[in-house]
Design a protein around this ligand. Sequence first.
Ligand code: HAX
Length: 443
Amino acid sequence: MDTLKEKFSEKALPMAVEVKNLIKEHGDKKLGEYTIAQVYQGMKSITGLVTETSKLDPEEGIRFRGYTIPELREKLPKSVNGGTEPLPEGIFYLMLVGELPTLEDVTNVANNWARRSIVPKHVFDTIDALPLSTHPMTMFSIGIMAMQTESVFAAAYKKGISKKEYWDYTYEDCMNLIARLPRVAAYIYRKKYKNDVHIEPDPKLDWAANIAHMMGYEDFNVQRLMRMYMTIHADHEGGNVSAHTTHLVGSALSDPYLSFAASMNGLAGPLHGLANQEVIAWIMHMREQLGGGLPTEQQIGDFIKKTLEDGKVVPGYGHAVLRKTDPRFSAQQDFYHRYIAIDGKKDDLCEIVQTIYKVAPPILLNTGKIKNPWPNVDAHSGALLMHFGITEFDFYTVLFGVSRALGVLASLVWDRALGHPIERPGSITTEGIKKKIAAMAVK
Ligand code: HAX
């Protein structure tokens, strides 16, 4: 058994017993009540899931196992080659076992993933069979599905295994999948945008730096960005579409490949992960309409108002849970000011992102209906990638997906270890709701 798996089993297996007892002793206690509006409007704020890896506070933002993003940028181990941003191997370790890793722990995870990183040829052949015009997220999801042939969980289940062993095979699948995703993502990138000329992984590089390398970017600042990007996008508690889908599909004992591919189809929606591509498309459209150059505050304000008048959403703004500026947005702003906007240098697109941040919130607030007028993670990420020459913005959600694997797959291993059952919430018809309202009026 590898050291991480051993450490996980030492934590998770006693906790599985504890959770069973907790349900037995306290299972009938109430956690809350909910309203008709919540049932119609996406179950917002109804606590209906247990997720161990992270917790989202509406005012403060995400905490991974209790640590905020600024704390993690400081405390997680960095690359020994002059790294200043956390290695994503570290946040995976933290989410999986609940402890801050040492540099040695992180190196062990990196070596573990490197050993598992070979992608079978038929996965590339499957992607190659798609028209080049296929959206990168569709290619990504199909690539993950093609890899399902490798599922050790599915193979073991077919042979017949005890429930007690589910987590073990799930762990193997999740580790293999995380190890292989960078290669699949980079393959899609090079196939679509770089004449189908591919770059082999560099065994000396860490997981995130290897993504940059295989995409064709060797600049140290791109490695730095990729490490931060992969860390901050990793998890956002359990109810968001990608995390919840992994959990839901996994609850049917679908293996991690099936569960994760399903979640990527959710991440590909414009109200979720695709918003990072939409933000850049929206800004480009605005600049095009204005004939190029740096738009003024007034022009940006007018464009936001026009977007709203046209019945469209302003991408990168709003959130189903957050009610303040997303700390993932602030981390990226900090990255811009720390590494790009130095010695009098400026980046036009990043500057526009800062101006939108000034102008958009009061306009959105003024609509009287948007609950969160502040930027989310997607408002900034594309501008940083564009700065470093990664201009193919319909690819951005794939990068988000590679990072999101860290959180949702760590959670899936926990789901299997804690023996979470199949998910099956109840539903009601509008007729049924009307009857309940009538009955309440009589009382
Ligand atoms: N622009 C215009 N209208 C918006 C808006 C925005 N940025 N955010 C919310 N609204 C609207 C909603 O569409 C809704 O309108 P209707 O009543 O006419 O249906 C109303 O305001 C109330 O919505 P809400 O309660 O504030 O927001 P929701 O929880 O329903 O939705 C969303 C949250 C993130 C989907 C929403 O804010 C949105 O569409 N934002 C733009 C897209 C985006 O940036 N998505 C990425 C979110 C973060 C993420 O998951 N990243 O992966």
